[in-house]
Ligand binder design. Structure first.
Ligand SMILES: Nc1ncnc2c1ncn2[C@@H]1O[C@H](COP(=O)(O)OP(=O)(O)OP(=O)(O)O)[C@@H](O)[C@H]1O
Ligand SMILES: N[C@@H](CCO)C(=O)O
Length: 303
């Protein structure tokens, strides 16, 4: 009976101008302790952690990942420990799909190459920026469409993260519905210039370029209408601030910070507070590794 532990990190998609293209992994994780059960038994799921699931949303993502690679997987005992705030723009669904695919690979009829697994996560998640950051860790740039999926991964920049999670509910679908169908050429050119700069800055480790590279005209200004305090947070100036952006579809804000991230996090939280919105502050490291698996102790007794 196989038993192992799999974890996957949170992620912050976009980094401003890299809308739907850039993602960065954050050292806040979903961890699954997985044990194979005897044939004929049902799956058994337990939930815990700072953001313990209260319904089967994450489980559904994990099961889809397992089914994509191993439709005939044996019954499993899965103990899910979640530290990623849910539905907050921090890639909890991408982490869950990544865990599911990694479990599925363990029970697939043949060995599945790593990049095939990564593509499966991206296909299930629908957003390669979150999906590949969860899978590979570090920072990723991804392009997807009729020409398939092309991506590159970089080590995370040498900064700390400040993640401020406002107590606003903004489902990804709603945050996307706020965006216009068409854009002015000047806004598109603005983002192309900065997204190209962002990719180059990540590739070259030029943290000093990030502040300029993340400025966005395609999604953050529109999403700000649903996130009181966001405009002010994105306009913050601070010598310790390497970059500040809406995290994914929001409502969380990610700041990349030189040195102690707490003062910058407090300034972002104050922007929300002035707008009448409470928030929670996290100061995680950026995650250099994505999905990781370790073998667990052999089961003792019960199936
Ligand atoms: N209370 C909950 N218990 C279990 N699962 C939840 C709960 N709330 C949300 N979920 C699940 O968490 C996932 C949230 O995914 P969603 O794509 O909306 O946001 P996210 O992954 O946190 O952020 P983003 O994709 O914008 O970075 C969904 O799969 C949803 O079903
Ligand atoms: N790039 C996506 C991320 C959603 O998880 C967006 O901004 O809508």
């Amino acid at each position: 009976m196989r038993a192992f532990r799999i974890s996957a990190p949170a992620s912050s998609a976009n980094l401003g101008a890299g809308f739907d293209a850039v993602g960065i992994a954050i050292e806040i994780r979903i961890t699954a302790e997985v044990r194979e059960r005897a044939p004929g038994l049902a799956n058994r799921w337990t939930y815990r952690g700072a953001h313990a699931p209260t319904h089967d949303g994450l489980r559904t993502c994990i099961e889809a990942g397992i089914a994509a690679l191993a439709p005939s997987a044996p019954p499993l005992d899965v103990d899910l420990d979640n530290a990623i705030p849910l539905g907050a723009g921090l890639g909890s669904s991408a982490a869950a799909y990544a865990i599911g695919v990694a479990i599925g690979a363990q029970f697939a009829p043949a060995t599945i190459e790593d990049d095939v697994q990564a593509r499966a996560v991206a296909a299930l998640e629908g957003h390669p920026d979150n999906a590949l950051a969860a899978w590979y860790g570090g920072a990723v740039v991804a392009a997807t469409g009729d020409d398939g999926l092309t991506s590159i991964r970089f080590p995370p920049p040498d900064v700390r993260a400040a993640v401020v999670v406002p107590s606003i509910v903004l489902p990804t679908a709603e945050a996307r519905a706020l965006l216009p169908q068409t854009y002015a050429r000047a806004d598109v050119v603005h983002n192309i210039q900065r997204a190209a700069l962002l990719g180059a800055a990540l590739a070259a480790g030029r943290i000093d370029l990030l502040r300029a590279a993340v400025r966005d005209t395609l999604h953050q200004p529109y999403r700000a209408a649903a996130i009181p305090g966001l405009r002010e947070a994105l306009a913050l100036e601070d010598p310790a601030l390497a970059a500040v952006a809406l995290s994914g579809a929001g409502p969380s804000v990610l700041a990349l910070v030189f040195g102690d991230p707490r003062p910058v996090a407090a300034r972002i939280a104050a922007c929300f507070e002035r707008a009448g919105v409470a928030s929670t502050v996290l100061t995680p490291a950026l995650a250099a590794s994505g999905v990781s698996m370790t073998l667990a102790e052999p089961a003792t007794g019960s199936a």
